[in-house]
Design a binder for this molecule. Structure first.
Ligand code: UGA
Length: 431
């Protein structure tokens, strides 16, 4: 199939590269000149395991190319995916400016039947608006179909998620479009769920909000565990082995962050209210999520008493491991809480430090080159993101170089017994 993807961010780039890898011919379009120039010269603007190899392989075999020219993309493909950002607005609702702009740009160069697919995360009924826009701006009344095809890939495992999906959701009200979409996904050999456009749009927000709810649920239980003396890890195991519940997304910790869950929960709240069907359960999900971080910082203050001028080490800054993404990272928020208290914070992250610096997210934070450098002379260590690399750090050495060996484990990453045996004063979440 000949496919173009408008927007070469996380979703667009990974989707384009993986589509090319299964044999399609893909044109990635983006209006960011610097990004396109970087991609054309083989540089990948984001860190995502495996992505660079897939991009290079498919560029070399001429199945993947990059351009700024949307007409080139529209002329030379049967299907056009829209994968541009849908950023949040101050009231939680979604800013759809980029979607509307791309819909207009497509319609202005559309001369023959095309399927236009919404891949970006959008509120229910956006497909209707996209179709209206294309109809309004297309002078020659070309026929087209608008399809919704939400993505479920996670940063850090995006390539693997895309290549081996649990399911593919295609929301289409047209048989012609559906037949073409099925051809796109045939090589993935995954179950395809066909729905109407609105249901597909809703599936995306409902899925992310449900996963966020699962996290807040186990985090609320972690508080009960702390006050009662139970162990949240054992409780998660005990409920998660019930197939109806499932163990995934039941890891208690500092709460969810990143560019998806916080934004999508807020957006779902805003949309449901706009539709006259408010969803207050999700307000509680948000409240528990914020509370989880606040409680953690309280625990640190309670133990260390005064934070001013205390040297505190932080391991991990990204919103989750295996990514360089620090947007809406809870680790970054914890660092800023400590800096506001006057602490001297020394942080190390395997991939996220450049972004923290470039985006100016933590004024006054000291970024260091290794986990051991961070803990030298520290009065406490905070584990904020569970990078596997931290398992390789020598714990005896860590304890030896710290001024006072106190560990606050925000992701239940360490084994409490081992930590105590090494000589740490150890605090986990809900255990
Ligand atoms: C999420 C969804 O998992 C994807 O299916 C979806 O496609 C994506 O959003 C999106 O909408 O684009 P992502 O945000 O990349 O993916 O990462 P997750 O692995 O879902 O983690 C999100 C946050 O939840 C992280 O901060 C993570 O630390 C936290 N989390 C996750 C927990 O606190 N506990 C858990 O048990 C799982």
């Amino acid at each position: 199939m000949d496919i173009s993807i408008v927007g070469s961010g996380y979703v667009g780039l990974v989707t384009g590269a993986c589509f090319a890898d299964v044999g399609h011919h893909v044109i990635c379009v983006d209006n960011d000149q610097r990004k396109i120039a970087a991609l054309q010269s083989g540089r990948i603007p984001i860190y995502e395991p495996g992505l660079q190899e897939v991009v290079h392989r498919n560029v070399s075999s001429h199945r993947l190319r990059f351009t700024r020219d949307i007409k080139d993309g529209v002329d030379n493909s049967q299907i056009i995916f829209i994968a541009v950002p849908t950023p949040p607005q101050s009231d939680g609702s979604v800013d759809l400016t980029y979607i509307e702009q791309v819909a207009r740009e497509i319609s202005e160069v559309l001369t023959d039947y095309r399927v236009i697919v919404d891949k970006s995360t959008v509120p229910v009924k956006t497909g209707e608006k996209v179709a209206d826009t294309i109809r309004r701006y297309n002078k020659i009344r070309v026929s087209f179909d608008v399809v919704s095809n939400p993505e479920f890939l996670r940063e850090g495992s995006a390539v693997a998620d895309l290549m081996n999906p649990d399911r593919i959701v295609i929301g289409s009200n047209s048989d012609r479009a559906l037949a073409l979409m099925k051809k796109v996904y045939e090589p993935f050999m995954a179950p395809i769920l066909v729905t109407d456009v609105k249901s597909a749009e809703l599936i995306k927000h409902a899925a992310n909000s449900f996963l966020a709810l699962k996290i807040s649920y186990i985090n609320a239980i972690s508080t009960i565990c702390e006050t009662s003396g139970a162990d949240v890890e054992q409780v998660a195991e005990g409920i998660g082995t019930d197939k109806r519940i499932g163990r995934s997304f039941l890891s208690a910790g500092l709460g969810y962050g990143g560019s998806c869950f916080p934004k999508d929960v807020a957006a779902f709240l805003a949309i449901s209210a706009q539709l006259g069907a408010p969803f207050p359960l999700l307000k509680e999900v948000e409240r528990i999520n914020t509370n989880q971080r606040t409680r953690f910082v309280h625990k640190i203050k309670d133990t260390l008493w005064i934070l001013k001028n205390k040297r505190i080490a932080v391991w991990g800054l990204t919103f989750k491991p295996d990514t360089d993404d620090v947007r809406c990272s809870v680790a970054v928020e914890v660092v800023n809480d400590l800096l506001r208290e006057g602490a001297m914070v020394y942080a190390y992250d395997p991939r996220g430090m450049d972004n923290v610096e470039e985006l100016g997210l933590c004024k006054g934070l000291n970024l260091v080159k290794s986990p051991l450098e961070a803990v030298r002379e520290a009065e406490a260590l905070i584990l904020a993101t569970e990078w596997k690399e931290f398992h390789r750090v020598d714990l005896e050495e860590t304890r030896r170089v710290m001024q006072t060996p106190i560990v606050f484990d925000g992701r239940n990453f360490f084994d409490p017994q081992t930590m105590k045996a090494v000589g740490f004063q150890y605090y986990g979440i809900g255990r």
